[in-house]
Design a protein around this ligand. Structure first.
Ligand code: PMT
Length: 409
């Protein structure tokens, strides 16, 4: 008998055909799959495809047109049975329509009624046109669903069936299938009792009242760390530069703009922290005296006089005591050598070496690939994976190190 029971909701979008691959990927991961299709999904793929793949009857209607009163009753409450017999509900593709229904608790078909009757983990893999994805209504619904604790498997960016280029393409099937399995595994509570201070995102260093220097950090890596730490039982203080993603639920968010503001927030919260993780991409230089007025275009050249920003990681390294300090190193060459130098010079316990010259990982990507450079001399490579998975692996090492340090005392 398969280990897990998955309800796979298929909503009506071009990507509906990919749900067949997902059904197969889930079955390969020891899952029994019950497919529920919306009426619109049937316009894109025939239920028979899923029935043949999964070996299960596909559910399409809330009220099957049977005529016999007993059958009508059993089909009317079937969504309750499906909800009770499932370990996880995944919807792929999740259209704007189904996200809106879920967010607002509308229940006018089998999938939306099953969602309301279901109390387990929910994984949503949206796929839609870029403008629909970016629309404030969709983003507000996504915020609601995230706050409810649901896993949103972010869509990829690229050319879409509608001819547009941008976010909206259904995430890779393996990424969705792994997210489903991860949602099934209760997070270990191995960070309970820790207060973890995490920095994320870029800083913005003003040049005048309307211009600033920044970088391409999206905050995704730091926010994934914050979400994982919270799920594993830690109190999380997230000091974040300006980003466009919502803070994970349950974390204490401190929004900052500049490196100096980030430094003050970090040093201010250092005494209450037991673990510090510096994943932010802090500007190394800033303009010390920012003019009050907009700089006018006058000469053919403009030379900016910039001064170093405070080195927050180095300051944490000097003040850390027995706290555990994890730095990041974003490098485009000599990755491990430069990371190890940072480990020594900033008094870190771990440096997460991040090759930022590769495409599809690092800055502003959903995935990352890192090497954990440890004080013991070990280098642990973590292969390309969603940032949530990378964050989990980083905390696995932190927990390991914490245990080793405690038992050495
Ligand atoms: O935000 P994402 O889009 O998800 O991208 C993630 C990331 C690529 C930004 C992240 O994985 C990463 O590599 N973060 C570190 C970026 C960086 O600034 O690296 P660095 O090698 O320049 O800095 C080394 C360390 O010193 C970092 O821990 C940094 O936070 C810290 N630092 C840097 C400058 C400064 N003035 N103070 C600091 O504390």
């Amino acid at each position: 008998m398969p280990a897990h029971r998955v309800t796979l909701g298929v909503a009506g979008g071009i990507a509906a055909y990919k749900a067949a691959e997902l059904a197969r990927a889930l079955m390969e991961r020891d899952c029994a799959v019950q497919v529920v299709m919306t009426r619109a999904a049937e316009e894109f793929v025939r239920p028979l495809t899923f029935a043949a793949l999964t070996g299960n009857k596909v559910i399409t209607n809330l009220f099957a047109a049977t005529g016999a009163s007993e059958d009508t009753l059993s089909s009317a409450i079937e969504h309750i049975r499906v909800a009770q017999e499932s370990d996880v509900l995944v919807v792929a593709p999740a259209t704007t329509d189904i996200l809106a229904k879920f967010a607002h608790g509308l229940a006018d078909d089998f999938l939306s009624t099953t969602y309301l009757a279901f109390t387990g983990p929910v994984v949503l893999a949206p796929a839609m046109n870029t403008n629909m994805w970016n629309h404030p209504a969709t983003q507000a619904n996504l915020r609601t669903l995230r706050e409810r604790g649901h896993v949103i498997v972010e869509p990829g960016s690229g050319p879409l069936a509608c001819g547009m280029v941008g976010p909206g393409r259904l995430a890779e099937i393996d990424v969705i299938a792994n997210a489903v399995l991860a949602a099934l595994m209760p997070a270990p509570r191995d960070l309970q009792g820790e207060t973890i201070l995490i920095t994320a995102g870029p800083t913005q260093e003003p040049l005048d009242p309307v211009r600033y220097i920044t970088n391409r950090s999206s905050g995704k890596m730091g926010y994934a760390l914050a979400a994982d730490a919270h799920a594993r039982g830690a109190r999380v203080i997230l000091v974040s530069g300006p980003v466009n993603i919502p803070a994970p639920s349950g974390v204490e968010l401190i929004s900052v703009r500049t490196a100096v503001e980030m430094r003050d927030a970090v040093i201010g919260h250092l005494p209450e922290s037991t673990i510090i993780i510096k994943s932010a991409a802090v500007a190394d230089y800033h303009r010390a005296d920012v003019p009050q007025q907009k700089v006018k275009k006058s000469a053919s050249h403009l030379t900016l006089d910039l001064e170093p920003t405070p080195d927050i990681l180095a300051e944490c390294g000097r003040q850390k005591g027995d706290r555990l300090l994890v730095g990041f190193a974003a490098e485009t060459e000599n990755l491990i050598e430069f990371a190890r130098r940072k480990l020594e010079s900033k008094n870190c316990d771990i440096v997460v070496a991040n090759n930022v010259a590769t495409v599809g990982t690092g800055f502003d990507a959903n995935d990352n690939e890192v090497t954990l450079v440890l004080r013991s001399g070990e280098n642990i490579h973590v292969a390309k994976a969603p940032k949530s998975e990378i964050a989990h692996r980083i905390f696995d090492q932190i927990v390991r190190l914490r245990l080793a340090l405690h038992s050495a005392r």
